[in-house]
Design a protein around this ligand. Sequence first.
Ligand code: ADP
Ligand code: MG
Length: 243
Amino acid sequence: RRSSDLLRQVEHSQKLSSIGRLAAGVAHEINNPLAVINEKTGLMRDLIGLRDDFPDKERFLLLIDSVLKTVMRCRDITRRMLGFARRLDVTLEEININDVINETSGFLNQEALHRKIDLTLDLDADVTGIVSDRGQLQQVFLNILNNALAAVPDGGHIDIVTRGDAEGVSVIVRDNGCGMSKDTMACIFEPFFTTKKTKGTGLGLSITYGIVKRLGGEIGVESELDKGTAFTLRFPKHPKHEA
Ligand code: ADP
Ligand code: MG
């Protein structure tokens, strides 16, 4: 089915973004020692080049060239890794949160229809525009809605509510699914925490949390076992600290 393809894509991009950030961190750390190797090796080449009486001079200069070329190759690799991670950066634009929610829930309509799940949107027509990142907001709502779909039985309910005010917008995503225990609730934002065994990656909410924070927002959760769960998100008109 198309919707499960999409969900697989989202899970894939979640994995990519955590791996990407890790890779960028490593690439960044490796650049400094690489620069030191480059500099010291260059100095060795200059010192040997200046001496006429250095034994095996030509051979040493060839070996040093090969070290320098290899350092260049490593630098290309780290540069490419950093370039890959940069594409995960925040791109800010003026956004209507209702549009993002319409788009995102649209992706899941098929599955909701198929499982007779009632997906209700109650969108405040007067929400103010916020400055945020469309792609990352989509990711946030896909993660939360994906979890809600997994939590509700066939015929269940998922409600999405938006409310705007002078300082920003609030979004509530409520489901009448399986709910969570207090112990589970305490762990859900941790990377790799999942109760779904092999079906879950445990990355969705940890990535969601990171994105919401980067966009200057807040995320909270209320849940009761066997009753349901509500995620409350808050986004300011402008992210305070740009990432
Ligand atoms: P995953 O979905 O791969 O398990 P997430 O980070 O998205 O990872 O979620 C972590 C855990 O939080 C889930 O395994 C589940 O136990 C719990 N959870 C998240 N959303 C809900 C929800 N709407 N209802 C019940 N439990 C939820
Ligand atoms: Mg999930």
